[in-house]
Design a protein around this ligand. Structure first.
Ligand SMILES: *[C@@H]1O[C@H](CO)[C@@H](O)[C@H](O)[C@H]1NC(C)=O
Ligand SMILES: *[C@@H]1O[C@H](CO)[C@@H](O)[C@H](O)[C@H]1NC(C)=O
Ligand SMILES: *[C@@H]1O[C@H](CO)[C@@H](O)[C@H](O)[C@H]1NC(C)=O
Ligand SMILES: *[C@@H]1O[C@H](CO)[C@@H](O)[C@H](O)[C@H]1NC(C)=O
Ligand SMILES: *[C@@H]1O[C@H](CO)[C@@H](O)[C@H](O)[C@H]1NC(C)=O
Ligand SMILES: *[C@@H]1O[C@H](CO)[C@@H](O)[C@H](O)[C@H]1NC(C)=O
Ligand SMILES: *[C@@H]1O[C@H](CO)[C@@H](O)[C@H](O)[C@H]1NC(C)=O
Ligand SMILES: *[C@@H]1O[C@H](CO)[C@@H](O)[C@H](O)[C@H]1NC(C)=O
Length: 472
């Protein structure tokens, strides 16, 4: 690894081990799919898609209009779930706490509601409690996807759709892909990133199985770019980005001896004007010297760079790039000594997902999910139990914050159709001061450990008998 601290860029050379193709741990949800058709396989990727009913409580199932089906060749997009009621609706995805994931939600309207184009629809997505993306659909045939990379902070991760008053939110697929811990090393429990663009320059649209992590690599071509490609093997042994070989085998350069390659210009209107760039290079020609300088907004980022021959290398922003207007462009300019023109194989651009909203403690959230599942609680129990405050779960009250984390201090489950025994799971809410279980069909004793753990302060209401713990 060669470090250019003065430029704020890292150039990473080949070092580590090969990442084998895998599909283990993929969760692929086809929203709105009738449970009878669950485990339907995608014809291209051969990934099995399942019904969304175990992961979501609200919403309605729909199917795109028959005459719109030809607009997509992706069968999982043909059904969807829409959320006409409730300001926030969430899918709650099972995760392994501390593991790194890619989550993707895909949106194709297809006139499911019988309305005609043009469409002007916007709604927000939250990852846990934090703003992730704004879905913007101009037309019923638009295909939008949002992707985030994050480290799971609990055994469940909610992804939420928020109605912002500009149309009914809906979603066609929700996909969760485990990434190795070594991928995207900047992503930690305190930093999540949202994909802005991921491009396969001069190549075709690429996904699983060519990308074992099922990232989408969009095709970018232009009549002012020369298309380069090779069938030669490319050393793919840096597992911090793991760009698919197929993506690296294509590249673009300039035509007509133009010495400056405009990789792209971007403008974000999102709440965060912060960007991170990953530029992927491998020289597939190597006939003569190729050397170029790299600029972000006309400011030199890296000087006299030579991509290695048939070996991957990448350059990325080690810190967030910020501009006040959200405008960026990247250009590559041939160095005076260079014989060959600048080239690039692929790039990725990400936005910061600001972690600016507190959340419920991991243990309390996991426990609340266990209680919800154990009793089949039917309430607005979606997303984080405490935050954002206006979506707090019914019957839940939360403590003041410590390090932006809250604890659950009261739980009112009275008159909630609970049946069975009083669960030991309640004992795991160790900060609880009030637990109201009255007016249900519960039986059996209050677990001894429940009173013991919280003996000083916990009040349990159970079948109209007040303060059960103190009586025992
Ligand atoms: C893109 O796909 C077309 C059609 O399958 C194929 O002919 C072409 O070689 C592909 N291009 C690259 C760069 O792989
Ligand atoms: C490169 O390929 C794209 C897509 O096939 C095409 O539109 C473009 O004109 C090609 N570039 C050149 C210089 O031929
Ligand atoms: C790139 O950004 C700089 C600074 O904002 C601007 O002067 C320049 O015109 C831009 N170039 C392109 C190709 O958009
Ligand atoms: C982008 O970020 C790098 C650090 O990663 C910094 O060196 C560079 O000046 C930034 N450029 C702009 C235009 O913000
Ligand atoms: C809590 O969140 C706010 C907003 O993101 C942040 O400024 C602050 O540093 C955080 N506090 C702690 C203790 O993490
Ligand atoms: C907690 O609830 C889960 C169901 O979500 C159940 O499998 C488990 O046995 C319960 N644990 C305790 C300690 O009651
Ligand atoms: C929630 O707890 C706070 C104290 O933290 C209290 O002031 C408030 O009244 C409680 N709200 C409900 C609905 O119990
Ligand atoms: C309890 O269940 C009954 C019958 O299934 C239902 O009618 C009622 O609305 C439920 N009450 C609550 C509070 O969920």
């Amino acid at each position: 690894m060669v470090l250019f601290p003065f430029l704020g860029a890292f150039v990473l050379a080949a070092t580590a081990v090969h990442v084998a193709g895998q599909q283990e741990g993929f969760l692929s949800i086809d929203c709105g799919l009738d449970a009878r058709f669950s485990r339907r396989k995608d014809t291209y990727t051969n990934i099995a898609y399942i019904s969304d009913s175990p992961y979501v409580d609200g919403g309605e199932n729909h199917r795109v209009a028959a005459d719109q089906e030809s607009s997509t060749n992706d069968v999982s997009l043909l059904t969807l779930r829409s959320f006409p009621s409730g300001l926030r609706n969430c899918y709650t995805l099972p995760t392994e706490s501390g593991a790194k994931y890619l989550v993707r939600m895909e949106f194709f309207h297809g006139r499911y509601d019988g309305k005609s184009s043009p469409l002007s629809l916007q709604f927000d997505l939250h990852l846990g409690t934090n703003y992730w993306d704004t879905v913007t659909l101009q037309d019923t045939t638009d295909d939008w996807w949002s992707e985030a990379i994050f480290v799971a902070w609990s055994s469940w991760v909610p992804v939420c759709l928020l109605n912002t008053g500009t149309g009914t939110p809906f979603v066609n697929t929700v996909e969760l892909r485990p990434l190795g811990a070594s991928l995207y090393p900047d992503v930690t429990i305190d930093e999540s990133i949202s994909m802005y663009r991921r491009a396969n320059m001069g190549g075709n649209f690429t996904l699983f199985p060519d990308d074992p992590y099922d990232r989408y690599w969009g095709s970018e071509t232009s009549s002012s770019w020369a298309n380069l490609s090779t069938k030669k093997h490319i050393q793919q042994d840096d597992n911090s980005v793991a760009v698919p070989v197929l993506v690296l085998q294509a590249a673009v350069s300039t035509i007509n001896n133009v010495i400056v390659l405009n990789v792209g210009t971007w403008r974000v209107y999102k709440r965060s004007f912060e960007f991170k760039f990953f530029l992927h290079f491998t020289d597939i020609q190597n006939t003569q010297l190729r050397r170029f300088d790299l600029y972000v907004n006309d400011e030199q980022w890296l000087q006299t760079y030579s991509p290695p021959y048939l070996d991957i290398s990448y350059i990325y922003s080690s810190a967030w790039n910020k501009t006040t207007d959200g405008k960026y462009n990247i250009t590559l300019a041939a160095s005076p000594t260079s014989v060959l023109l600048p080239m690039i194989n692929a790039y990725e651009v990400y936005n910061n997902i600001p972690h600016d909203t507190p959340r419920t403690s991991t243990k309390d959230f996991d426990t609340m999910m266990a209680i919800k599942l154990e009793y089949g609680v039917k309430k607005n129990w979606m997303g984080d139990p405490c935050f954002p405050a206006k979506y707090r779960w019914n019957g839940v009250n939360c403590s003041d914050l410590t390090n932006n984390i809250t604890r659950i201090i009261s739980l009112d489950l009275s008159n909630s159709n609970l049946t069975g025994l009083v669960s030991d799971n309640f004992t795991l809410l160790t900060e609880l001061q009030l637990l109201d279980l009255s007016r249900n069909n519960l039986n059996g004793p209050i677990p001894y450990s429940l009173c013991k753990r919280n003996a000083r302060s916990l009040v349990v209401r159970y079948e109209s008998e007040e303060d059960m713990c103190k009586k025992q």
